[in-house]
Ligand binder design. Structure first.
Ligand SMILES: Cc1cc2nc3c(=O)[nH]c(=O)nc-3n(C[C@H](O)[C@H](O)[C@H](O)COP(=O)(O)OP(=O)(O)OC[C@H]3O[C@@H](n4cnc5c(N)ncnc54)[C@H](O)[C@@H]3O)c2cc1C
Length: 307
């Protein structure tokens, strides 16, 4: 999908964000209530981890707190940069449920929160660089009541469930990146064969054809790594090392390839007459959300130095 259209492809892929958490750790009731609607396109989900004070560092004590009251919970706090915040029917939200837990991530839990629940306030964040078909916003929780049945998985294991999910979702982001890069190469090949300069097709200049070759080689390497990480998941052996390698490499490749695609398109590429300008803006997010490039490298380095 992202090969054909980086913006729409991303929007479609992100429409069910976080639902795998329900699929993997949810109750049969939760699966019945939410997953069918999302699969049919009758509902949109959001996954809320990031807070104003922490994005990479969600293992720290969260400012979004859920306190037990009766048979349910009351949530207070703010999540920011949340995809689909303004359109989602429900937010899968990571909260601190044990303020004393050491380390703090041992005291976090996941909840399904209806987006229309009393106490929810959503503010759209405008003017982002790319993926502009996917809205992003801030969610404020002000004494929001949720039923005990809305907890996903095991109490105080929310961080572990989230990391488990990231091992798979990061491969999905890596696949977005490969698609975007391939789309940029496809368009560059067409343009290089058509555009003429100094009486020749620009593809006949070695400086251009070598760019195309470099782009293709990088994409192929990233694709194979994504396939390896996805294959591990299919085997039931999700591999954080492979997932982080795939996301870090594919994201970088998408950014580099999209940049070269603009270069091959010359001024027209920069003006936005061709899709490559948009791909260039869209690609950058794959190095940021669901764990930045640096966070992925931390994981890779940890594995390398452990063995
Ligand atoms: C368009 C968009 C959509 C998003 N959608 C969602 C969503 O749906 N749900 C959600 O929860 N979040 C979402 N996010 C938030 C995103 O996941 C965070 O922006 C990201 O995790 C980085 O967090 P941060 O912005 O707080 O940056 P920071 O964590 O403050 O990082 C700033 C810089 O420091 C580096 N850094 C931080 N810690 C380390 C470290 N330990 N080692 C090395 N370098 C480090 C980072 O790599 C980065 O370069 C979205 C963001 C954007 C822009």
């Amino acid at each position: 999908m992202c090969r054909a259209d980086s913006t729409l492809g991303t929007a479609v892929i992100l429409a069910d964000l976080g639902c795998e958490l329900i699929l993997k750790f949810g109750t049969e009731e939760q699966k019945g209530e939410y997953l069918g609607k999302v699969a049919k396109g009758d509902a949109i989900s959001a996954a809320a981890f990031t807070e104003p004070a922490r994005g990479s560092a969600i293992s720290e004590r969260l400012d979004t707190v859920a306190v037990g009251r009766g048979r349910g919970w009351v949530i207070n706090g703010t999540k920011t940069m949340i995809t689909n915040a303004t359109t989602a029917d429900f937010f899968i939200t990571l909260c601190q449920t044990d303020a004393e837990a050491q380390p703090p991530y041992r005291g976090q839990s996941l909840f399904i929160v209806a987006s229309h629940a009393p106490g929810i306030g959503v503010t759209k964040i405008a003017n982002k660089m790319g993926i502009r078909a996917s809205p992003v916003g801030e969610i404020n929780f002000d004494d929001v009541h949720v039923r005990g049945e809305n907890m996903i998985g095991v109490r105080n294991r929310g961080f572990y469930h989230t990391m488990d999910w990231f091992n798979e979702s990061r491969v999905e982001v890596a696949a977005q990146a490969v698609g975007m890069a391939q789309g940029a190469l496809d368009r560059s090949l067409v343009y290089a064969r058509e555009r003429e300069a100094f009486g020749r097709k620009i593809s006949e200049f070695q400086a251009v054809s070598h760019k195309l070759a470099e782009m293709a080689m990088k994409i192929e390497a990233a694709r194979l790594l994504v396939h390896k990480a996805a294959w591990r998941i299919d085997q039931g052996e999700a591999d954080p090392l492979a997932s982080s390698m795939a996301k870090a490499l594919a994201g970088r490749v998408a950014v580099e390839v999209a940049d070269e695609a603009v270069q091959i398109h010359g001024g027209y590429g920069y003006l936005g007459e061709y899709d490559v300008e948009r791909i260039c803006r869209d690609a950058k997010i794959t190095e940021i959300y669901e764990g930045t490039r640096e966070v992925q490298k931390n994981t890779v380095a940890r594995f390398l130095l452990r063995s």
